[in-house]
Design a protein around this ligand. Structure first.
Ligand SMILES: [Zn+2]
Length: 284
C-alpha cells in the first residue's frame, strides 16, 4: 500500500513501505568482513555528529537541518527488504536499483542510504560498494523492516523486547556485507515510532532520522507527480525520503534526474544527513 501521512507523538511521520538500493561494487566483489559488535564498532573514524539524547537517555530524533544556514538538502534512500521477502527475491523480484545509484554517481549527488540488514544479506556486493564510496553514507534501517509500533502500513510488528537486537543485528549484517563504517543513524521502518520505541533504543548511541519532505515515490507510477511533490516541499535544511527499488519505486531514477538539476538551479547544494546533523549541533 502507499504510505499515507500519520501523526505520531506530534511528529509528522510518513512511512515508507518497500524499496531497496544498490549498485554494482566498483571495487570488485564483496568480501565479508568479520561480524563485529554493532553500534560501538560502526561509527566512522571521523566520529559522525549525533544529537544529544533526550531526557532519561531517550533516543533523539532528527527531522531536518537548520533553515537559516543556507540552501542545503539531503536526499535519503531507504533500501528496504523485509525479513520475509527472501522467497520473492529468489523468484526474481528486484529489491535493489543499481541504475538509480548509477544516476546519483553520474550526477555527483551525495546521499544517505538507510539499509535493512536483510537487504545487505541479499545484496552484499552492492552494500559494500555503497559502504566504500565516499559519496554515500550507509545507515541503519533495522534488520527485519518490521514495525516498531502498531498499525504501521501493514508491516509485521517486531516484539518490544527484540527492538534493540533488531537494530544491532542490522549493524552486524552491514558489517558482514563489507560496510566498514555504518553511521549511527537509524530510520524506523515506515517512520513509525513512539516513546517506548525510542526508549527501547536508548543507549545504542543512535540518532533516529525522520524527514520533512515525503517524495511519495513508493509504488508511484507518475514520475512528474513525485517530482513536483519534492520540488514543492524542499526548504533549506530539508531531508527528503525516497526509495530505490526496481519493483516498488519504479519512478525514482527519473525523479532524481529532474529534481537534481532543478534544485541546483535554485541554488541548493546536496549533502548527506551527517552534514545536516553537524550543522544542527554546531559541528560544521
Ligand atoms: Zn523502509
Amino acid at each position: 500500500m502507499i504510505p499515507r501521512v500519520r501523526r505520531i507523538t506530534a511528529v509528522c511521520a510518513l512511512g515508507a513501505a518497500l524499496a531497496a538500493c544498490g549498485s554494482p561494487d566498483p571495487a570488485g566483489p564483496a568480501r565479508p568482513a568479520p561480524a563485529k559488535s554493532p553500534v560501538s564498532a560502526s561509527p566512522a573514524a571521523s566520529r559522525p555528529p549525533v544529537l544529544a539524547p533526550g531526557p532519561g537517555g531517550l533516543t533523539p530524533v532528527f527531522e531536518h537541518g537548520p533553515r537559516t544556514l543556507g540552501k542545503t538538502v539531503a536526499l535519503t534512500f531507504d533500501a528496504d527488504m523485509t525479513a520475509d521477502q527472501g522467497p520473492r527475491a529468489a523468484a526474481g523480484e528486484h529489491f535493489d536499483n543499481p541504475s538509480l545509484i548509477g544516476a546519483l554517481r553520474e550526477l555527483k549527488v551525495p546521499a544517505t542510504v538507510f539499509m535493512t540488514g536483510r537487504w545487505a544479506d541479499e545484496y552484499p556486493t552492492e552494500a559494500r560498494g555503497l559502504g566504500h564510496d565516499p559519496q554515500f553514507e550507509v545507515a541503519n534501517h533495522s534488520y527485519s523492516h518490521y514495525a516498531f509500533t502498531d498499525d504501521c502500513y501493514g508491516l509485521p510488528r517486531v516484539d518490544a523486547g527484540r527492538m534493540r537486537s533488531d537494530v544491532e543485528r542490522a549493524y552486524a549484517s552491514l558489517h558482514q556485507a563489507g560496510v566498514p563504517h555504518a553511521l549511527p543513524y537509524f530510520r524506523f521502518p515506515g517512520g513509525c515510532y513512539d516513546q517506548p520505541a525510542l526508549r527501547a533504543l536508548s543507549g545504542l548511541g543512535v540518532t533516529a532520522v525522520q524527514w520533512d519532505v515525503v517524495s511519495g515515490d513508493a509504488f508511484a507510477t507518475d514520475a512528474d507527480a513525485v517530482t513536483q511533490q519534492v520540488l514543492d516541499g524542499v526548504k533549506p535544511g530539508s531531508v527528503v525520503v525516497m526509495h530505490c527499488t526496481r519493483s516498488a519505486a519504479p519512478t525514482t531514477e527519473r525523479v532524481v534526474r529532474t529534481v537534481v538539476p532543478e534544485l541546483r538551479g535554485r541554488g541548493y547544494r546536496f549533502v548527506k544527513v551527517s552534514e545536516l546533523i553537524g550543522e544542527s549541533t554546531g559541528h560544521r
